[in-house]
Design a binder for this molecule. Structure first.
Ligand SMILES: *[C@@H]1O[C@H](CO)[C@@H](O)[C@H](O)[C@H]1NC(C)=O
Length: 519
């Protein structure tokens, strides 16, 4: 082929591919559910023909078309007892912000400061049209958008809450918007409102402290690359509020209706494939034989059931054995003395299981993915929340009327039995979740289409500046009109002085006049 033909081919192909964008996507958390969310994003962007560079703590099992993986799995890890069930039951691990934030800040630093990522940052041939970063209590990934001089999109794994909303809009009112780690569900009581205000204030102070550490990470590991590329170095405090959009793994059918700014796009459910995969043969057989339907029990993929204390395991087995229904228990180890209706699944195709019409009940830790899937497929739940947003997720499910909550404890088998029996014998729970499932599915476009549309929108409009509200840039003292209050105060004081001056000096004049008359 002649040189000109080659040029022609490359020009034509670049025209043809002109809608293909280059996207950098950071998925920092070495947790299975986060990798499921990450791979959902990859699937949709890849199907839309875009090229994605995926910085990931868990790499996809199979290669995905158009996706280049930067494997950081050997650099990032969470503390070993971070998600250990027994440690949580014995209360040896802090589940609040003070426990989570430092671990995550440490992790974020490791996501940036390692060979492969630093090589990507210093490689001047690498250019991106947009950076998508999973928000994990930390904004330092905004540095990627400064290095590549392109817009930034946050991917938020949970329902809207103040810490993420403040990045693109403003802090919502705590009297009806709860913290991500809270178990409260509006309408709030007096005490709950005070608690929520307290969480915001403490959280804000803690974030200010952590932000100092983030700024150091930014200066050290991003700024040299920004300079190297000859781009302006934005101050960290500006950069972290410069995200174009939040793609939020949430939907009003699962959460609580909240006012959202125009740059906050709920795409909850995008990780669920529209085609349900068939069940494996052995599982299909178990389910076919389940005359009274079946109950599915899974504590998610991060929480290892093997950390459950032995006596709790045995109580659970005994209790399940007393049920009519077949029980599918996702568990990583074989259990001896298993009743005949209880089946252990080391690996469970959760979506295909929940999609089955015989699935009567889902016992879950209440992670957002499981909560989403229960609504997607319309299966009522018993929630045993353990960690992070699971409390608020389960709290909402209970309030919505399709779930019951059981506390993780040494006596949970007993409580679980009561909950299971009540739910199996009362059709209201199923009716309720079918209603919500309808709301969930009744959207103008699928969440996957929404995702692709908004990523492209940000790129095509150079960062979607038109979606930013002035709530972000108006200082708080202006929002509460503190400046007006001060001006009024000054006027009142001034008027008061003026009056006392006028009346006093009048008084003097009067007395002078009087004196004159007397003379
Ligand atoms: C914020 O983002 C926009 C577009 O995405 C960009 O043009 C601008 O330079 C960024 N500002 C800062 C301070 O990073």
């Amino acid at each position: 082929m002649s040189k000109w033909a080659l040029v022609l081919v490359s020009v034509l192909s670049s025209l043809y591919l002109s809608n293909a964008y280059k996207i950098l996507f950071i998925s920092p958390l070495p947790g299975k559910s986060h990798s499921i969310l990450g791979e959902g994003v990859l699937t949709h962007l890849s199907r839309a023909g875009h090229e994605v560079t995926y910085v990931a703590a868990i790499i996809p099992d199979k290669p995905i078309k158009g996706v280049t993986v930067i494997d950081i799995s050997s650099y990032v890890s969470l503390p070993s007892d971070f998600l250990n069930l027994k440690a949580i039951m014995d209360n040896t691990h802090r589940r609040d912000l003070f426990g989570i934030l430092p671990s995550l800040t440490n992790l974020t630093g490791n996501v940036i400061n390692n060979g492969p990522v630093q090589a990507l940052l210093s490689d001047k041939t690498q250019q991106f049209d947009v950076v998508i970063a999973e928000w994990m209590f930390n904004e330092v990934f905004a540095g990627f958008s400064a290095v590549f001089n392109c817009p930034l999109i946050w991917l938020s794994p949970s329902e809207p809450h103040w810490m993420i909303l403040q990045l693109v809009d403003e802090i919502p009112n705590p009297s009806y918007n709860v913290d991500i780690l809270s178990g409260n569900v509006p309408p709030l009581t007096f005490t709950q409102r005070v608690m929520e205000l307290g969480s915001q204030i403490i959280g804000k102070l803690l974030k200010i402290y952590i932000s100092g550490i983030d700024q150091e990470i930014y200066e050290k590991h991003f700024v040299p690359h920004i300079r190297n590329r000859g781009y302006p170095v934005p101050p960290y405090e500006e950069l972290k509020y410069n995200g174009s959009l939040v793609l939020s793994n949430s939907h009003v059918s699962m959460g609580i209706a909240t006012r959202l700014p125009p740059n906050f796009i709920p795409i909850g459910g995008y990780h669920i494939d529209s085609v349900v995969k068939p069940l494996p043969k052995d599982l299909q057989k178990i389910i076919d034989d389940a005359k009274h339907g079946f109950i599915y029990f899974s504590m998610g993929s991060n929480l290892r059931s093997k950390h459950l204390p032995a006596e709790v395991k045995q109580d659970l087995l005994n209790m399940f054995g007393e049920l009519k229904q077949t029980v599918l228990w996702k568990f990583e180890e074989d259990l001896p003395n298993r009743p005949s209706n209880v089946h252990i699944l080391k690996w469970a195709p959760q979506q295909s299981i929940l999609a089955h019409e015989k699935c009567r009940l889902f016992i879950t830790h209440g992670g957002l993915l499981s909560t989403t899937e229960s609504i997607h497929f319309g299966v009522p739940t018993v929630g045993i929340p353990v960690f992070a947003d699971q409390f608020v997720n389960v709290g909402r499910s209970v309030k919505k009327g399709y779930a019951k909550k059981v506390d993780l404890s040494y006596t949970m088998a007993k409580d679980l039995k009561v909950a299971i029996q009540e739910m199996i014998n009362d059709s209201r729970y199923t009716t309720k979740i079918k209603e919500l499932s309808f709301i969930y599915h009744h959207r103008t476009v699928t969440p996957g289409q929404e995702l692709v549309h908004w990523v492209e929108h940000v790129i095509k409009t150079g960062g979607a500046r038109h979606l930013r509200t002035h709530a972000l840039t108006t200082p708080w003292y202006q929002k509460v009109y503190l400046d007006l209050a001060i001006v009024l105060l000054i006027i009142i004081i001034a008027v008061k002085y003026l009056f006392s001056y006028i009346c006093c000096s009048n008084g003097k004049k009067v007395s002078v006049n009087n004196k004159k008359k007397q003379n």
